[in-house]
Write a protein that binds this ligand. Structure first.
Ligand code: GRF
Length: 199
């Protein structure tokens, strides 16, 4: 049974999808700790409602690595094996990434390497791509950059707005994130360079 730590900043719907899959017994893991960097993140409230250990470590005004050291201290105290970023709106420091090599996952609402960053769905629409989607990847020190675990393609429709496209992509985020975490927890993943091979 792996111990999972969740980092979030906002709504927390991906966190809830991961939680649902673990509670249903689909993934051999449990949530050991939820950390928000925002005191009023709805995700933090959901975590409390589900009786997880949930804390806020405010990030405002704190230097990146100093902040990450506070977070990792809590993750270690909770014996976290795998960290899932679930709408965590901060870049991790190299130091943080080194503490959990190939043990930090992120979900991003585009088919990476297209449209990294904060406004992936809007940029996909503006670019005029016909297909976008979502990506679960290992986290490294660059934004939305590490080796890719799973992707799911979502067609862009002529009448899509940022909201409708985001909502359709989100449904698939909630499916592939638990699938990817399951692969990692079951140790069915091997990384060769940038390629993630599964068994
Ligand atoms: C999702 O679109 C995710 O892909 C991105 O941030 C958003 C978080 O949404 N990284 P939620 O907080 O999980 O609902």
């Amino acid at each position: 049974m792996k111990q999972v730590g969740i980092l979030l900043s906002g709504r927390g719907s991906n966190f809830l999808a991961l939680s649902d899959a673990m509670e249903a017994g689909d993934i051999p893991a449990r949530i050991a700790l939820v950390v928000s960097n925002k005191p009023n993140a709805p995700g933090l409230k959901h975590a409390e409602e589900r009786n997880y250990k949930a804390i806020c470590i405010p990030s405002a005004g704190i230097e990146r690595e100093a902040y990450d050291r506070q977070v990792v201290k809590e993750m270690q105290a909770a014996q976290v094996d795998i960290v899932c970023l679930a709408g965590f709106m901060r870049l991790l420091s190299t130091w943080f990434v080194q503490q959990y090599p190939l043990r930090i996952l992120n979900i991003h609402p585009s088919l990476l390497p297209a449209f990294p960053g904060l406004h992936a769905q809007r940029e996909a629409l503006e670019w005029g791509v016909k297909v976008s989607g979502c990506t679960v990847h290992f986290v490294d020190q660059e934004l939305d950059h590490g080796p890719i675990l799973l992707q799911h393609a979502v067609p862009v429709l002529d009448d899509d707005t940022e909201e409708t496209l985001s909502a359709r992509i989100l449904q698939h985020e909630h499916q592939i994130y638990p699938e990817a975490l399951k692969l990692v927890c079951e140790e069915r993943v091997r990384v060769e360079g940038r390629r993630v091979l599964t068994s």
